[in-house]
Each structure stands twice: as structure tokens, then as C-alpha cells.
Write a protein that binds this ligand. Structure first.
Ligand SMILES: C[S@@+](CC[C@H](N)C(=O)[O-])C[C@H]1O[C@@H](n2cnc3c(N)ncnc32)[C@H](O)[C@@H]1O
Length: 385
């Protein structure tokens, strides 16, 4: 295992703690840019061959597709409480989201709406990113039946207390688009997060980027997630518009016109949709970007620990699996993502693999994570190619 090659230049964003002496592995919680040996790669390939041998029966596959949003709704009903994570890595990896961010380095984000003064790390935000939290590795456990539809469930309580989701009917949004009177139409810097969940990215962006010309759109096909997001105290309709939307559904329009967005964010969401539908989802998002606009993606990479942990019988198709709770996940290669974005007419700005060794020091366990991070740009009118 070695430090990354210097040809990556700015790649140190991913962290700079390198494991040069394997004997020290349990001295920290995580190591950056871990290189895999050929042997380790071969073991991973073998594990994937084994767990892909037996595919989920077709009728179950159809059910996972047609009821996909229901499985995510169930997921958020169960996990609602634990999903506001510390995502300060967001701005080191994607500084485009908050161009003013460096001025606020002495503050540390802990959760939406809460900012702590960072006394111990003055002037920097967790340089070792030891606690970096990506989308949690969802356990392959079933949702306990008794957790659904019970009064203990916080969302059920919310409903019982008369909390209602205010969704704009699609027709009305279309009319607003035509009259140029859609939410955020006067903003000059517009971000859309698709598959936003309960706001792990949206709230830190709103909190950190206080540019008055910023407007943030966000959508998810889980109405439960959107409800939770809109019910959060930090949700501010004058700066943000959350809506229910299925990015895999070709017939559904977005509530913004083409060429209107500066940034589209996809964090651990493309991997959740049927591989056959990924290209058209990216094509539609690409059309929404202004010339020069960016798509930012972070998602699971091939042979991530989560892929290797799947047991036989959970595979839907090559590198696409269903978890015990009915939610699905694909594991990408850099080339596949490059193909999806360039076929949608976008140009590569970044496409890197983040291999990280996470360590559970208490249990003396090592976990090899693989994430891919991409930035692809819509060419400006004057760009050649
Ligand atoms: C792994 S979670 C990530 C959530 C969020 N991006 C984050 O990082 O916290 C995947 C999200 O994608 C959403 N999702 C999955 N398929 C979708 C689709 N076809 N359209 C819109 N959202 C979808 C799920 O409801 C879920 O909120």
C-alpha cells in the first residue's frame, strides 16, 4: 500500500493519511488511497462471482422495480432518526457547492441547522477526515415488521399530528415554468439535488453557502423522505424547493426549464436505479444544466465492501443487488460512469476512485471501501468538442 501518485495533483482532497507500514493499521480509524494487491482484487472478483451465481427470480425483480419507492419509504420510516450525518467532506470534495466556504473554515458543520465553533482544529475542517461519513453502509437486515405502522414510528406520529405534505401538482408546475414563475426562477445560482433523502446534503449547502442568489431544488421519489425534509426546521421555502420525483421515470418533467441549473448533485442515488434506466436519467439531467453547468456524483465503486458482503440470492443482475430491506444498489466502475456522462454530451472534469481502508479498532476489523467521485461539465456554446 502506498501514497497516491503525484500525477493526481489535487487528489489530496481525499485525505492524506497513508498506510505505509501495515503493522500500524489499527493505529487510526481510516487510511486514504489504499492500493489493492492483485491477490486482493482476485479474492474480490471471486466473491462477486459467488454472490452473483444465483439471481433473484424475475417476478421478485419486477416487484423491486415497481415498488421501489415504497421500499425507500419504509426505509425512511424506520431510519428517520439516524440520518442527519456530519457531511463536512462535502465542501472539500465539491467546493463548487459553496464558493464562499473557505471563509467559514473555523466553523464545523455537525448537522443541519447546527454549527459548532471548531476550537481544537482552528482554521481547518477535520484535516484527516477521520470521521468522514458517506451514505452509511446499509445493513442487509430486514425491516422488522413490527416497526412498520406502529405508533412508535416517528413518521406515523407526524401523520397522526396532522402533518401534511404540500406537493405542487405537476400541472401547476408546468404552467409556472411557461410563465417563468417557477420556484427559484429569479435566482442566478441554482443547484438541484436528486435523490436528496432527508437533506444530508441540502441543509449543509443552504447553511454554508449564503450567497443570496442561491436557490436549491431537491427531489426524491420517497414521499416520506421529502416529507421529513420539508418538516425540518432548517427548510426555508424562500431558498429551497423540495418535491417528489422519480428520476428513472421518463414521462415526468422537472419543475425547472432546460438550461437553468448550475449544478446537479447525485450522491449515492444513481446506484439505486435500474441500470437500464441510468442513461436516460442522466440525459434528462444534462438537458437541465446551463452551458458550463456541472453534474457532481459520488457513489459506490466496484468491489466496495458492501458488494462483497452480499450473500448468494441477492443479485439482480451483474453488479446490481437488492438489500434485505428491498432497496437496490449498483457498484460502478469509473469507465461505466464516464460512458454515461459523455454519452449525455458532458465533458470530464474529474473521475476518480476513492479507496479507503476503514478500521474498527475495538473489534480489530478492516473494511475496504471503494467510492467513485465524478464531475462532468456541460460544454459552453463556444467550447470545441
Ligand atoms: C442511498 S440514499 C442517498 C440519499 C442522499 N443522496 C444522501 O446521500 O443522504 C438513495 C436515495 O435515492 C432515492 N432514490 C432511489 N431511486 C430513486 C429514483 N428513481 N428517483 C428519485 N430518488 C430515488 C432514495 O429514496 C434515497 O433517498
Amino acid at each position: 500500500m502506498a501514497a497516491p501518485s503525484s500525477s493526481f495533483g489535487k487528489r489530496l482532497q481525499f485525505g492524506s493519511r497513508f498506510l505505509t507500514d501495515p503493522g500500524r493499521v489499527f493505529q487510526h480509524n481510516a487510511w486514504d488511497n489504499v492500493e489493492w494487491s492483485d491477490e486482493q482484487e482476485a479474492v474480490a472478483q471471486q466473491k462477486v462471482r459467488e454472490n452473483s451465481e444465483q439471481l433473484v427470480p424475475l417476478e421478485k425483480q419486477v416487484e423491486y422495480e415497481t415498488k421501489a419507492s415504497k421500499y425507500w419509504n419504509d426505509f425512511y420510516m424506520i431510519h428517520e432518526n439516524g440520518f442527519f450525518k456530519d457531511r463536512h467532506w462535502l465542501f472539500t470534495e465539491f467546493p463548487e457547492l459553496a464558493p464562499n466556504w473557505p471563509q467559514r473554515q473555523s466553523q464545523k458543520l455537525v448537522s443541519p441547522g447546527v454549527v459548532l465553533q471548531n476550537s481544537s482544529n482552528e482554521g481547518s475542517i477535520d484535516p484527516n477526515q477521520e470521521n468522514r461519513e458517506d451514505w452509511p453502509c446499509l445493513a442487509e437486515t430486514e425491516i422488522p415488521e413490527q416497526m412498520l405502522n406502529t405508533d412508535q414510528n416517528p413518521l406515523h406520529k407526524l401523520h397522526a399530528e396532522g402533518f401534511h405534505l404540500h406537493l405542487e401538482p405537476a400541472r401547476k408546475l408546468d404552467d409556472m415554468k411557461i410563465t417563468n414563475d417557477f420556484p427559484g426562477s429569479s435566482a442566478s445560482f441554482c443547484i438541484l439535488e436528486v435523490g436528496c433523502g432527508v437533506g444530508n446534503t441540502v441543509f449543509p449547502v443552504l447553511q454554508t453557502n449564503n450567497d443570496p442568489s442561491l436557490f436549491v431544488y431537491c427531489c426524491d421519489f420517497s414521499s416520506t423522505a421529502v416529507e421529513l425534509l420539508k418538516g425540518h426546521p432548517a427548510y426555508d421555502p424562500s431558498r429551497c424547493f423540495a418535491f417528489v420525483h422519480d428520476i428513472a421515470e421518463e414521462r415526468l418533467d422537472y419543475p425547472v426549464p432546460e438550461h437553468s441549473l448550475d449544478v446537479v448533485i447525485l450522491i449515492f442515488v444513481l446506484s439505486a436505479i435500474l441500470p437500464d434506466k441510468m442513461q436516460s436519467a442522466i440525459n434528462r439531467l444534462s438537458r437541465l444544466l446551463k452551458p458550463g453547468g456541472l453534474i457532481l456524483l459520488r457513489d459506490y465503486g466496484r468491489f466496495d465492501m458492501a458488494q462483497l458482503r452480499f450473500k448468494k440470492g441477492r443479485c439482480l443482475s451483474e453488479n446490481f443487488y437488492v438489500r434485505g430491506d428491498g432497496t437496490r444498489v449498483y457498484f460502478f466502475t469509473q469507465d461505466e460512469l464516464h460512458g454515461l456522462f459523455t454519452s449525455a454530451g458532458l465533458q470530464k472534469v474529474q473521475n476518480i476512485v476513492d479507496r479507503r481502508l476503514q478500521v474498527n479498532r475495538g473489534k480489530q476489523l478492516t473494511m475496504y471501501r471503494v467510492w467513485i467521485q465524478c464531475k462532468y461539465r456541460k460544454p459552453c456554446l463556444l467550447d470545441k468538442n
